[in-house]
Write a protein that binds this ligand. Structure first.
Ligand SMILES: [Zn+2]
Length: 328
């Protein structure tokens, strides 16, 4: 099991024996205590906002400013944060994200656009890029802010009565002043699974709209009234015509594009004949480890990469980092 712990005093960790070696994007302990008990305490929030050590960053359209500061000893990319008194004030779109072990409070401001660049090296970045570059603390702050922004943007009206809702609880609730309903941030569970057969080959598929050559794990949304294990079996059969027996949970990953939580699994096939649906999945193939290595090295296929848990599921099965294409 995991050897690392977070700094929030909860002892929680998101790592398992299979993911400790290289954590999955957005799942390394951020060291931030979300301190949810402060969200309804306006006096505490006002004091935290005006405190000189408080750090603020702007989130807009899923992006934030990132920078490699000149004084950064390790060349680490950071979120561009300012003290609250330098931040553009937008009281109604202020998200309280938590505090660190030194008592520093962190806020995100949602704006229609990012502020002018602080200096020449700062640049806007989305989570897919920033997630690979930022420290676990900054990546954790940004994924929280982007998830809240996505939810706020899509839930401006009450789903009970249709009236406009207003932000509350420092960004974590929307209230309807007409009917009194409270709406909470929504997370949509999705399953993502690496299916193997009795020869320990892996089933990878190509979605219809993906760039040519790209293959990855199968995935899909959990439906109402369904367990995640049922969802894994249903999605694999729908997309590839393969039946699944045992399903083993590996790890989860927040995926706010716009509001998913990816639940990662290893699944064992009980049939091997492939019959793709042709709508979502255009092609699916069984790969042995040698098949996959030569297909990647020759450039025939492009394997999953980046922050996605898909890349880690394939690597866990492969047993080591995936090879790179050979040649130019
Ligand atoms: Zn309402």
């Amino acid at each position: 099991m995991s050897t690392s712990t977070d700094h929030t005093g909860t002892g929680l960790t998101t790592e398992t024996a299979r993911t400790t070696e290289r954590p999955i994007g957005f799942t390394a302990p951020s060291g931030i205590d979300r301190a949810a008990h402060h969200r309804l305490d306006e006096a505490w929030l006002a004091a935290a906002w005006s405190h000189p050590t408080t750090r603020v960053f702007v989130v807009s359209g899923g992006q934030a400013l990132i920078d490699e500061p000149a004084d950064s000893a390790d060349g680490r990319t950071e979120l561009v944060m300012t003290p609250a008194f330098e931040a553009p004030v937008t009281e109604t779109h202020r998200y309280f994200l938590g505090t660190d072990e030194d008592g520093v409070s962190y806020f995100a401001l949602q704006k229609d656009s990012l502020p002018g660049r602080m200096d020449q090296s700062a640049r806007p970045a989305g989570l897919r890029e920033a997630g690979l570059l930022l420290s676990p603390r900054d990546a954790g702050l940004m994924v929280h802010a982007v998830a809240l922004e996505n939810w706020q943007r899509l839930h401006r009206f009450c789903s009970r009565c249709g009236e406009r809702t207003v932000i509350a609880a420092a960004g974590h609730i929307r209230r309807c002043q007409a009917c009194g309903a409270e709406h909470y941030p929504r997370t949509d569970p999705a399953v993502i699974m690496l299916v193997t057969d009795e020869e320990d080959r892996a089933l990878l598929g190509r979605q219809v709209h993906w760039p040519e050559g790209r293959f990855s794990t199968l995935a899909g949304f959990v439906e109402p009234g369904e367990s995640v294990e049922e969802s894994v079996a249903r999605e694999v059969f729908e997309e590839a015509g393969v039946t699944v027996g045992s399903v083993e949970y590996v790890a989860s990953q927040p995926w706010p594009f716009p509001s998913s939580l990816m639940l990662g699994f290893m699944a064992r096939a009980t049939s091997s004949e492939i019959n793709v649906d042709g709508e979502e999945i255009e092609e699916a193939r069984w790969f042995s480890r040698d098949d996959l290595r030569s297909a990647i090295e020759s450039g025939e296929i492009v394997s999953p990469s980046g922050i996605s848990i898909a890349a880690r599921l394939v690597e866990i099965w492969y047993g080591k980092p995936l090879p790179k294409p050979l040649g130019p």
